[in-house]
Each structure stands twice: as C-alpha cells, then as structure tokens.
Design a protein around this ligand. Structure first.
Ligand SMILES: [Zn+2]
Length: 230
C-alpha cells in the first residue's frame, strides 16, 4: 500500500537527478546511474604519495589521505557540495559518503581505521546551517563501513569563516587554536579517519590532525569528498 502511494507521488512529483536534471528511475537516488558513473573520481586511494598526501607531506605525519572526486569550478562535484552546504540538501552528503565508502570497501582501503571523526563546525555555524556536512558524509560512510562515528570528541572553538580573505600566513597562526579535544580517552591509541567535505590548502584539516596526533599512540588518515588542489 505504502509503495502504491509512493509510486503515485512519484508520478506527480518525480524525483530528478541532482546532476543532469533527468527524471530518476526507481533504483536511482539523488543521481542517475550515468551521472554517478561520470563523477570525476581521483582514484587517489590506489596510490601512495598521491597529490592529497603530498599536500600534507612535511606538514603533519598522517598515514594516508584520499579524496573521492576532483572539485573544480563548475563541475558536478562543486554543484553537489553547494547543494549540501548552502541549499540544505543534507541527504546529498549521506549519499556521497555512502558511494565513497563503497569504493573504499571494495578496494580494502582504511581497513585498519578504528574510528571516523568528521571535521567539526563552530557551534554558531552549526546553528546557522542546522547540520555538519562532514558528519553527513561520515554517516553515509558508516552505512557501508562498519566503524564508529565520533562527532563530539573533537570540537571547533574558533569560527574561521570570517578569515577567508586573510593571507595564508596570518591564517596559519589562527589555525593552531581552531580545535579542542573533549574526550581524549575515546581517541587515544586509535587509527582515526578524519572526514572533510572539500580540501584546498589543507590548513584546517592539518590543524585538526596535529591536535589529534598529540594523543598517545594515535594514527591519523584523511578522507574528503572533493579535492580542490591543483
Ligand atoms: Zn543525471
């Protein structure tokens, strides 16, 4: 009965692909198969010293880093991340996280990860947006990767959204006190997978990784949906 009503609703309000705008068929969700297949994947997880790992090389001793897709001006990934961050479409984050997780599982990447930690938002920004986009990505990932998601042990104490116009050096000084740890016992001794939505210079992610690495016997890896570097 429920399916009948859902089919009726789809008839009058068919779901559209967030990529190309075509009507989705029953098995498709958020993106049509064609758009899902055409996402500009980085395949960074298949190679050591990939471009994202090189972003952090010499800055912070992480284990591995990878990105699901390339984030470029005007590409589909930029459009989807925009939907996720500024149009309230939080399900896109869960969807992208799940697709990313499926790919990582199939390749056996991050098997030694113990816990997934999303990069937190400052509480003011969280209040404005209503959700943390990186946490949504993490939620999608744990649907297919059997790992715990910890969204409360790492918190953001500095709102950096007003700092985007400053020079990188000035930003770096502030970046050191962006985050704080609330529950060190939950993270000590663990291999932590830090989740971010988009990484460009990596400064914020690096700051979180530096702080986590002050805990005893911690290893940090990094995964993001969009790699915006060159
Ligand atoms: Zn499409």
């Amino acid at each position: 009965m429920l399916k009948y009503f859902s089919n009726c609703i789809s008839l009058f309000y068919p779901p559209y692909c967030n990529g190309c705008g075509n009507v989705l068929v029953a098995e498709e969700k958020y993106l049509c198969f064609s758009c899902l297949k055409s996402l500009p994947r980085t395949d960074f997880h298949t190679c050591k010293d990939n471009p994202l790992e090189m972003v952090f090389a010499g800055r912070v001793p992480i284990c591995r880093a990878t990105a699901f897709c390339f984030f470029r001006k005007g590409n589909m990934v930029q459009h989807l991340i925009h939907q996720l961050k500024y149009n309230g479409n939080q399900e896109i984050g869960v969807y992208l996280g799940r697709q990313f997780g499926l790919e990582l599982i199939q390749l056996g990447v991050f098997q030694s990860v113990d816990i997934i930690v999303p990069i937190p938002l400052h509480f003011k920004k969280l209040k404005r947006r209503g959700y943390n986009q990186s946490e949504k990505i993490g939620k999608g990932m744990i649907e297919v990767m059997p790992k715990p998601l910890d969204s409360s042990s790492l918190i953001r104490v500095t709102d950096t959204s007003t700092q985007t116009k400053k020079e990188r050096f000035q930003r770096w000084e502030n970046v050191l006190d962006i985050f704080q740890l609330t529950r060190t016992d939950l993270l000590a001794g663990k291999h932590i997978l830090l989740i971010d939505d988009v990484i460009t210079t990596g400064a914020t992610t690096e700051s979180a990784a530096q702080l986590l690495l002050t805990l005893p016997a911690v290893k940090v890896s990094i995964a993001c949906i969009g790699y915006a570097g060159s």
